[in-house]
Design a protein around this ligand. Structure first.
Ligand code: FES
Length: 141
């Protein structure tokens, strides 16, 4: 038996994509309104937490430099390859888990719309906009 290959297979990360077709983008540059000079910036803290959680939970998360939502607190977008995309603001450094929930809700939505039911409060009150998919022609729901 090849011990090296056995060790490698045991250590392989079993990555199960729990939000297929969906990507969470978190702004790493958002500042704290109360303390604009805080370092690290709260946006960076949220982005790091979301990336780590996404790795653990099988959700594709990327950090971005700015989502042009700077006046509305910590910001993130959840995009779907075939469905709608959502822009959120007023997030906190503790909302990484909520973003994972939102990503999975959107990925499993048969109509491509993130359902209101089951959506974390931060993704309800923090909703800024939703954007239709490229192939959108008319409202069907
Ligand atoms: S700095 Fe975060 S949206 Fe612009």
């Amino acid at each position: 038996m090849d011990i090296t290959s056995t060790s490698l297979s045991l250590n392989e990360k079993t990555h199960h994509d729990t939000a297929p077709g969906v990507v969470v983008y978190v702004c790493r540059s958002c500042r704290s309104e109360a303390d604009p000079n805080a370092d690290p910036r709260p946006g960076a803290t949220l982005a790091q937490a979301a990336i780590a959680l996404g790795d653990a939970e099988g959700v594709n998360v990327r950090s971005v430099n700015c989502l042009a939502n700077c006046k509305r607190g910590l910001s993130a977008a959840i995009r779907s390859a075939d469905g709608w995309s959502y822009m959120f603001g007023s997030l906190s450094e503790d909302d990484a888990a909520d973003l994972m929930v939102g990503a999975r809700l959107l990925a499993s939505a048969p109509d491509g719309l993130m359902p209101w039911r089951g959506r974390p409060d931060s993704l309800k009150r923090g909703l800024v906009a939703r954007i239709p998919p490229l192939n959108f022609t008319e409202e069907t729901s």
